[in-house]
Design a protein around this ligand. Sequence first.
Ligand code: ATP
Ligand code: MG
Length: 342
Amino acid sequence: MTRALLVTGGGGVGKTTLSAALAVRAARLGHRTLVVTVDPARRLADALGIEYLGSEPAPHPSEPNLWAAMLDASASWTAIARRHATPEAAGRLVDNPFFNAATNHFPASQSYAAAEEAATFLDARAWELVIIDTPPAAGGIEFFTAPRAMTELVGGRVLKWVTGASIPGRKLFFDRATKPALRLADQILGSGLLEEIAQFLMDLRTTYDGVAQRSRQIESHLKKATTLVVTTSDPTPIREAVKFFRDLPEVAARPTAVVFNRTLPEDWIDARPGRVAAVFAENLKRWGDESRRQRDLRTEFEARYRTPLSHIGWQPVAPTDLDSLESLVSEATGFDLDALLS
Ligand SMILES: Nc1ncnc2c1ncn2[C@@H]1O[C@H](COP(=O)(O)OP(=O)(O)OP(=O)(O)O)[C@@H](O)[C@H]1O
Ligand SMILES: [Mg+2]
C-alpha cells in the first residue's frame, strides 16, 4: 500500500524544503519514495536532481529509492478537462479563453489540480511513500477543501441555473434554441462572446459526474494521509497552522505533528555576553529574547493543541544538497520525524 504524507502550512515556512528533506531521509531508510513538490527553488531542484523535470515522476540520478515530480497546475488542468469531459468538449474547453480565465482565477484551482495529480500518484501504487508538498494557498487548508469547492463549481447552483439541471434534455434545448438566439445576439453585438461563454458553461457542466466522483476518491486519500503542519514562529504562519486544529476541514485527518522551522537555537536563551563588546551584548540579548519567545510559543502550542511537536533549527545556510537536506530531519528536536517514515 502507498502511504501519503502531506506537508502543509503557510507560505514560505519551508514546506518544499522539508518535503525534500523527508523524502531523502525516507529513501535512505530504504523506502521507495516519491516527493511531489510545488515550484522548488532552483538550488533545491538541482539538489533533488529534478532540474529538467515536469509533472511525470523521474528517478533521482544517484539516490536509488528517490523519485521526484514537480506539480504543474496549468498542465494538470488540460489533463483534468480531458479526463472528465468528452474528447469533443475537452478540446473546446482547452481552447476556450473562459476556461483558461476560470482555471487561473478560481481560487481553489491550483490546489484542486495538485490534489488530482497527487491522487493519481497514490493510485499508481508504484511507491511505498508519496510525500506531497501542498500549495500554500490559504495556509494549505485549501488543498483539503478544493475537491468539494470544485464539485460545487461545476455542479453548483449558478451553473445549474445557466445550463439546466438535466444535461441531456437541456443540451438539446441549448443546441436548438439557446445557441441560435445567442448567435443572433452576437451578430447584433458583432462578436462571438455570448455563444462562447454559454458553450464554456455547458461544457464545464458536463464534467460534473467525473469531477464529483474523483473528488470523493481524493477526499478518501486525504482522510487516510498523514499530515505534517509546518510553521515558523511568526504570527501569520502560526495562525495558518492553528486552523488545522481549530477549523479542521471535515475531509482532513487531524495533523500527526507540527514542525516549527527556522527556530533560533534554544541555548541562546541564556547566553551570557560576558565581556563581549556592548554591541554584541545587545545583539545577543535580543536573540536570546527571541529564542525564548519562540520556545515559549512552541510549549504553549503543544499544550493547547495537544500535538506532538518538532522543531528544526535555523541553518546558517539554506540546505542545497542531499546530505544537508537529510540532516534537517535527523537534527529535528522533539517529536521524532523518523517515526513518520516507516
Ligand atoms: N531550517 C531552515 N534553515 C534555513 N533556511 C531554511 C530552512 N528551511 C527552509 N529554509 C529556506 O527558507 C526558504 C523558504 O523555504 P521553502 O521554499 O521550502 O518554503 P515553502 O513553504 O515551500 O514556500 P512556498 O510557500 O513559497 O512554497 C528557502 O530559501 C529555504 O532554503
Ligand atoms: Mg514551496
